[in-house]
Design a binder for this molecule. Structure first.
Ligand SMILES: *Cc1c(COP(=O)(O)O)cnc(C)c1O
Length: 407
C-alpha cells in the first residue's frame, strides 16, 4: 500500500506507513532473519554496491523489516509538517540496536576532535556518560548548562566558538524539566549550529521537534514507541536527506549499531497502538500526578502538568499533553522512598519506562549511578528522588497501590 491517499490521523499513519506489498501477500511484515541478500549476477552485486541499483546487500547495512519500522517512525515525526518549500516534510530514519547506538551514530557522524557539544544538565544517564566518557576520549568536549535560561545559552554559544552542536533532551530524565526547543533552536541556528533532540520521553505523538527547525531527532524505541518492553532499540531521524543517505548512513554501517529483524517486528507492532496507548498513559498520568501532589507523605512532585512546575508553560507550548512521566520525593527522603518502593504490590520495580505497566525506579542508585553525587545534586537528581512511568492499568488500581505503599 502506498501513501497516495492522504492520511489525516496519526494512528492511520502509525498503522499503514510501512506497509508494502510483502512477499506471499503476507498481511504483516515478514521477519527477514537473514544476514545477507543474494545477487542474480555479479553485475547486479556491483551495481548495488555502487548505489546504482536499489536493493538490500547485508543486514548491517539495512534489512526490509527495519525499513518498515524506519518508514513508520519517519512518517510519525513528519506527520502534518512541511518543509521550507511548503511540501510535506521528508525524513530519513535508521533503526539501531539501541538508543545508545542511535546517539552514537548521530554524534560521531556530526562531530570530530576539537568540537564541543552544548547540552542541558538534566540528561538520561547513558547520554551523560557517553558524551563525557566516550566522546571525551575522542577529543570532543561537552559544556553542560541550564538551557532553560536562554540568556545563559546564548552567552555560552557566543563565548565558545568550538560549539558545533546543541543537544536537547526534553522532557528531561528524570527531573521532567522542559527545554524550549523553538527558542534554543532559534539561537543555535543564528550561530549556524546543529540541533539534536532526544524525543524518547515525548514520542512524536506528544511533540514533534522537526516543527522547530532541528536537524536530528533520536529515540530509544525501547520505551513508548515499542510500548511493551519487548525489545531494546533506537532510531536516528534526520531531515537533510543528503547527509542521512551519505555520511550518517556510512557511519551507521561502520559503527555496526544496526537493529535485528525480530526486534524491528516487535517495534512495528507496538507502534500501531501508539496513539491509543499514549492517550491512556496521559489520562492516567494526570490523575496520578494530582494524587501524589495532594498526598501528605509527598514533599514534591515533578510533573509539567502541574501549574507549580517551573516548566509548565514550556510544556504547554510544545507538547500536546504533559505525558505519563513524573518524579517525586517523599517527606522522609531516601529511607522513606526505599520503604515505599518495597511495599508496592502491583507497580513494577524496574528501570526503563513507557511500557504498558507502571514502572518505578530510583535514579540515584539505578539509572544515574554512573553520574557523580555532586553532579546529580546540581542537576536536581536528589538521593530520595523516585521516578514513575505511569502505565495503562486501570487508574484506580495504580492509586490504590501507591496509597497503600505510602501509608
Ligand atoms: C532509555 C533512554 C536512552 C537510551 O536508550 P537505550 O535503548 O536504553 O539504549 C536514551 N535517552 C533516553 C531519554 C532514554 O530514556
Amino acid at each position: 500500500m502506498s501513501n497516495k491517499f492522504p492520511l489525516t490521523g496519526i494512528s492511520s499513519v502509525a498503522i499503514h506507513s510501512g506497509n508494502k506489498n510483502f512477499s506471499e501477500a503476507s498481511h504483516l511484515p515478514p521477519i527477514y532473519a537473514t544476514s545477507t541478500f543474494t545477487f542474480d549476477t555479479a553485475d547486479q552485486g556491483m551495481r548495488r554496491f555502487a548505489g546504482q541499483e536499489d536493493g538490500y546487500i547485508y543486514t548491517r547495512w539495512g534489512n526490509p523489516t527495519f525499513t518498515v519500522a524506519e518508514e513508520t517512525i519517519a512518517a510519525l515525526e513528519a506527520f502534518n509538517l512541511k518543509d521550507k518549500d511548503g511540501k510535506p516534510l521528508q525524513l530519513k530514519a535508521f533503526l539501531h540496536a539501541s538508543g545508545q547506538a542511535a546517539m552514537t551514530t548521530m554524534f560521531m557522524s556530526n562531530l570530530s576532535a576539537g568540537d564541543t557539544i552544548l547540552s542541558h544538565f538534566s540528561l538520561y544517564g547513558g547520554t551523560h556518560e557517553f558524551i563525557h566518557k566516550v566522546l571525551g576520549q575522542t577529543g570532543i568536549k561537552t559544556i553542560i548548562a541550564d538551557l532553560r535560561d536562554l540568556n545563559v545559552a546564548e552567552d555560552i554559544i557566543k563565548n565558545n566558538p568550538a560549539i558545533k552542536l546543541v543537544h536537547i533532551e526534553t522532557p528531561a530524565n528524570p527531573t521532567i524539566q522542559c527545554v524550549d526547543i523553538d527558542a534554543v533552536s532559534k539561537i543555535a541556528k543564528q550561530h549556524g549550529l546543529i540541533v539534536t533532540v532526544d524525543n524518547t520521553f515525548a514520542t512524536p505523538y506528544l511533540q514533534q521537534p522537526f516543527l522547530y527547525d532541528v536537524d536530528f531527532v533520536f529515540h530509544s524505541t525501547t520505551k513508548f514507541l515499542n510500548g511493551h518492553g519487548t525489545a531494546i532499540g533506537g532510531v536516528l531521524v534526520g531531515k537533510d536527506l543528503g547527509f542521512m543517505n551519505g555520511k550518517a548512513y556510512k557511519w551507521y554501517k561502520l559503527l555496526g549499531g544496526n537493529a535485528n529483524a525480530f526486534d524491528a517486528f516487535l517495534l512495528i507492532n507496538g507502534m500501531k497502538t501508539l496513539e491509543v496507548r499514549m492517550e491512556r498513559h496521559c489520562s492516567n498520568g494526570v490523575i496520578v500526578a494530582d494524587f501524589l501532589n495532594k498526598h501528605k507523605a509527598v514533599a514534591q512532585v515533578n510533573y509539567t502538568g502541574l501549574t507549580s512546575h517551573p516548566d509548565h508553560a514550556t510544556c504547554l507550548k510544545q507538547m500536546k499533553h504533559p505525558g505519563a512521566m513524573m518524579s517525586f520525593e517523599l517527606k522522609g527522603g531516601l529511607e522513606a522512598g526505599k520503604k515505599f518502593i518495597d511495599k508496592l504490590q502491583m507497580c513494577v520495580r524496574a528501570v526503563s519506562l513507557g511500557t504498558v505497566d507502571t514502572l518505578i525506579s530510583h535514579p540515584a542508585s539505578m539509572s544515574h549511578f554512573g553520574v557523580s553525587r555532586e553532579q546529580r545534586l546540581e542537576y536536581g537528581i536528589t538521593d530520595g528522588l523516585i521516578r514513575l512511568s505511569v502505565g495503562m492499568e486501570n487508574v484506580a488500581d495504580i492509586l490504590n497501590d501507591l496509597d497503600q505503599a505510602l501509608a
